[in-house]
Ligand binder design. Structure first.
Ligand code: SAM
Ligand code: SF4
Length: 335
């Protein structure tokens, strides 16, 4: 399917092959993480978001244009009704153009859906977990749901899903927990990726206060363990390290302190059907309108237009009292 000569693979004007797509299936969420959302959010009406069927058709077209990895995200993907039907539908392409289907979830509903996700062909998922302390988790996410997330992780592991924990490190909030989180991941066979907070969308907190470069956040790890860069890639932007004596890989995502855009292979489809070629830019194409007016053939032309608009890099900066780099929140774009 991916080798159809009339559907050339997606390559941008800087020669970067785009073979990884993140699809946000909803902007809604059952948590309100402080770095991601405000407490009071207005979500999009149903008519303004792609139906699951539309997402499925568009995903097929991406795969035909050479996309080999798809990550489903949100908002919280598992709060969208019938989400697992979409996972099954896309999962049928695994081995037929698609190498991998993955998910990023906050884990609150994982216990219920993990078996179905595995049946849909998923083998690895990312679960966001910023703290193992109930009160800190509740503070960050504004919801007291740590126990459900931990239960979800346990069930998902038992179903055969490899788990990578995503932890956004915030100074004065959870930076003191990095070492404990790493050891917990080691004890449970999970990998851990640390993320720097990014200035996406207006939230009520000032992120500048909490931003922490990861080289600082991992100082306690370096003091306790030898860590070595390893040649391991998951298609995303993390750089990975082995941690001597622990059964875990440590990934670092450093959009702020160490730009990684030169190797970018990604594009994002929002739940509104917009393609953003970069998390940090407002430029986008409106795939939903084109698709609803012109059907699936209109998708190809717009994909080419989107590629022409892909910028070389994002321009995030923090620490200078800056306004958000983008008006949209991460839950709309898909993390
Ligand atoms: N709800 C799911 C979850 O939390 O895993 C998927 C969507 S969430 C937007 C995807 C990832 O983006 C999460 O790991 C979250 O921690 C991260 N994220 C959200 N807002 C962010 C921000 N402003 N800076 C850095 N990471 C952010
Ligand atoms: Fe929801 Fe994920 Fe954003 Fe937290 S990071 S509010 S779980 S979308």
């Amino acid at each position: 399917m991916a080798d159809n000569p009339s559907s050339p693979v997606l390559t941008d004007r800087f020669g970067r092959r785009i073979d990884y797509v993140r699809l946000s299936v909803t902007d809604r969420c059952d948590l309100r993480c402080r770095y991601c959302m405000a407490e009071e959010m207005s979500f999009l009406p149903k008519t303004q978001i792609l139906t699951l069927d539309e997402i499925g058709v568009i995903a097929d077209r991406f795969i035909r244009r050479g996309v080999r990895r798809i990550r489903l995200s949100g908002g919280e993907p598992l709060v969208r009704r019938d989400f697992t039907e979409l996972a099954h539908r896309i999962g049928r392409n695994i081995g037929h153009g698609l190498d991998e289907l993955t998910l990023t979830t906050n884990g609150t509903q994982l216990a219920r859906f993990a078996g179905d996700l595995h049946a849909a062909g998923m083998r690895r998922i990312n679960v966001s977990l910023d703290s193992l302390k109930a009160e800190v988790f509740a503070h960050i996410s504004r919801r007291d749901r740590l126990a459900e997330v931990l239960e979800g992780i346990t069930v998902a592991s038992a179903e055969g899903l490899a788990i990578k924990i995503n932890m956004v490190v915030m100074r004065g909030v959870n930076d003191g927990e990095v070492l404990d989180m790493l050891r917990w991941c080691g004890a449970h066979d999970h990998d851990l990726t640390l993320i720097e907070t990014m200035p996406l969308g207006q939230v009520s907190d000032d992120r500048t206060n909490h931003y922490m470069p990861l080289h600082e956040a991992i100082a306690p790890v370096r003091a306790a363990y030898d860590i070595m860069p390893i040649d391991y890639h998951t298609g995303g932007p993390a750089r990975y390290f082995s941690v001597e004596g622990l059964r875990t890989k440590l990934g670092l995502i450093t959009p702020m302190s160490d730009n990684f855009c030169s190797g970018c292979n990604r594009m994002r489809l929002t739940c509104q059907g917009r393609i953003y070629m970069c998390l940090g830019h407002e430029d986008h194409v409106d795939l939903m309108s084109a698709f609803r007016a012109g059907g699936v053939d209109a998708v190809d032309a717009l994909l080419d237009e989107a590629l022409g608009a892909k910028p070389l890099r994002h321009d995030f900066a923090i620490g200078t009292g800056l306004a958000p780099a983008t008006r949209r929140h991460m839950n709309v774009t898909g993390g």
